[in-house]
Design a protein around this ligand. Sequence first.
Ligand code: AHR
Length: 538
Amino acid sequence: MQRREFLSSALTLAAANLAPRAARAADSLVEILINEPIGEVAAELYGHFTEHIGGVVYDGIWVGKDSKIPNVGGIRKALVDHMRQLKAPVVRWPGGCFADSYNWHDGIGPRAERPVRTNFWANEPQLWNAPDGPQKYEPNSFGTPEFLRFCRLCGSKPYLAANVRSLTPMDFDQWVEYCNSPAGSTSLAAKRAADGSQEPFNVTYWGIGNESWGCGGDFRPDDYAVEFRRFTSWVPEYGLKLKFIGSGPGAAIDDPQVEWTRGFFEGLTVKGKRMLDRLYGLSMHYYCWTAGKGQAIDFTPDDWYQLLWQADVMESLITKHWLAMGEFDKEHTVKLVVDEWGAWHRGPATDSRYLFSYVPTMRDALVTGITLDIFNRHAEKLAMCNVAQLVNNIHTLFLAQGDHFAATPVFHVFDMYKAHQSGQALRFVSDAPTISYGLGKTLWGLAGSASLHTNNTLVVTVVNPHTTDERTAQVALRGASAQSCRATVLTSADIHARNNFESPHVVEPVEQRANVSGSSFAWTFKPASVTRLEISLA
Ligand code: AHR
């Protein structure tokens, strides 16, 4: 029997079984196959990204020691508290495109003596009429010691991106030396101690450039492969196993850039397959963009579905690049690192100085759920993912301006989904009425993911993208039985709902009563919602 036939016959049966007990017949099916593990959901799939762009670093993270804004040694306290709540596993820095114009030497030593430089993003038209400030002229008040302190405060691992376009492998080696050489061993270890950390930071994740096909040097993939080999050759290790991440494709719907992945792997392995040992992960970037009016907060139901459809393209991009990597790396020792992702709108900006700063709505919450579910369903292929960006930028988790701070719906989805971290991803199958929108376009009716945890808890997350219709699914646990369940739901009757400084609690998850037991039960997923079921198994 074909899977689809099986699902629809199971659905008919489920509807019949339900009729006497439930007010509503099931129109959908969710199946979790307990005996089909996919791989561990690395905690790092829930990672973050911070760049010296707009209001991310200055105002977002760094407010300065003498600020009236509550801070920990200059770092915004509210941000640290929320990152700890999220169990944020890893943070990428300093870019993005900024990384390939950044000289890390500028950002160490006494802050008052650090040089002021032109920021990579200073040419952006949005900044032409904005006042001068750190968004145009980088003061270097926040450099390596401040970033690594931020990571320590948050309990997150650092992931640093090296400058391949405009610095040398020697500068890279010395950056590693500054971060990792043992206390008292080198002149750079002494500088690190003077900057506040006697002990090494033991940074293991190192990105070798960023978007090297574009802002990172306009390389061809075979040229970049040469640079990758040069930059990763004989880097001082100090007893650590450094994890080098190669600059990969900037994937788009109409141009997945698979030829970059092939070209890079080919160029890398001309020196022998052993070169693959140098490559911990291949970075991939994918943003979904608002079409039509292009507004973050003003959109139609068709615009809503179109953006969610675009978010869903992530799945095929992961698969395409994974297949291309497998042509050169049959054992798949190298994993994908999706170190930039999110919904990128075209305005309106929250502040003219803050490039790409939008207020996320429920629509962005669903983009988040859809994307994190895809990551879970492909857990065996992914080593790390980093949402772009943490605060005041693109798919932001937080809005921060002066003493105002708000957590966005994106934050709340991350908070719900953190329950998946370090679980065993399981096969998740769903079948629900397809949604038609626009001129002949379609989107699936329900999607989600599941993970099993050592305390015998099954975590299931599901997105219902329908703007007005709830979906009642028969949830079948194949190979397990539920004892009890805690349900958490993020939804709103208004698809444009959002949090801002004036109303920071409009969109927040709520606990829903869940009377659930056995290996099969009905669950109604609210319209325009993200749901988490934490099921204790019998
Ligand atoms: O996240 C903003 C920018 O988008 C990054 O700097 C770059 O890597 C990407 O193009």
